[in-house]
Write a protein that binds this ligand. Structure first.
Ligand code: 1GP
Length: 251
């Protein structure tokens, strides 16, 4: 992407164009499943691939990113669960600070340790205020991060957290109910947060049908991320992408 991924996020937001990102967990794919996923994503006009997971134990990350790069022009954004998930074969990195939690390691500690490596990677780094919202059941992210999620019915805490993140200089806010969440984030919370911030808002976790993706965008999400549901039924890629893109851009 000539001007960088963040540029494309902000340009699309400014134009009111909603984006759809497919989340790929490198532990759950191989060359064969990736080939199919890439083909479907290209034909469905998927905007971005987010790549990563709370727990990546395989060595497939680099290979997976290289395969995407050689097969299509969909940009890849690392969504790392830990500093080990940095790869020079991606286009950009969500440099996540878990601002909904109070675990200093995930707010700043791991960033300090990984900063030289991230700098050296040459990746486009996008500072991201990462907010985990209670999705109705313990998810890997809440266990691994050892921090409590934001209560799902406390929109005012979500608003204050997102505002603080933005004023601290974070360029993106990512609200996540966690992969496989029972309850995705409510439109009420999304809308209140979206109205309070100017930076692009990413929303994910437990979105299993196109209707929900559509409603989340209507509420103010700029980028919808779906992983689990697509792993189970890849035909959802097209339906989700169509639902997100059905929202008319601003004139
Ligand atoms: C999780 O936001 C992502 O971090 C996507 O969640 O896998 O439930 O779609 P799902």
């Amino acid at each position: 992407m000539p001007n960088g991924i963040y540029h494309s996020f902000s340009d699309r937001k400014r134009a009111g164009k909603k984006s759809f990102a497919v989340l790929i967990d490198p532990d759950k794919v191989n060359d064969q499943s990736m080939a199919k996923l890439i083909e479907l994503s290209v034909s469905s006009k998927v905007d971005y691939f987010f790549v990563g997971g709370s727990l990546v134990v395989s060595n497939y990350l680099d290979q997976c990113l290289q395969l995407i790069r050689k097969s299509c022009s969909i940009p890849t954004v690392l969504f790392p669960g830990s500093p080990s998930q940095v790869s020079k074969y991606a286009d950009a990195l969500l440099y996540l600070s878990l601002i909904s939690g109070r675990n200093a390691e995930l707010l700043i500690g791991q960033h300090v340790v990984s900063a030289p490596m991230v700098k050296k990677s040459g990746l486009e780094v996008m500072s991201t205020g990462y907010m985990v919202v209670d999705g109705g059941a313990p998810t890997t992210v809440s266990y691994i991060s050892n921090s409590s999620p934001l209560p799902s019915d406390k929109s005012e805490i979500a608003v204050c957290t997102a505002l603080a993140g933005e004023m601290l200089g974070m360029k993106l806010i990512y609200m996540d109910a966690g992969s496989g969440a029972k309850n995705p984030i409510s439109e009420t919370m999304i809308s209140k947060v979206a109205q309070s911030i100017a930076v692009p808002l990413i929303v994910g976790g437990g979105i299993v049908d196109p209707e929900k993706a559509y409603l989340n965008c209507k509420a103010g999400a700029d980028i919808i991320v779906v992983g689990n549901a697509i792993e189970k039924d890849s035909s959802l890629i097209r339906e989700m992408a169509d639902a997100v893109h059905s929202i008319p851009a601003l004139v």
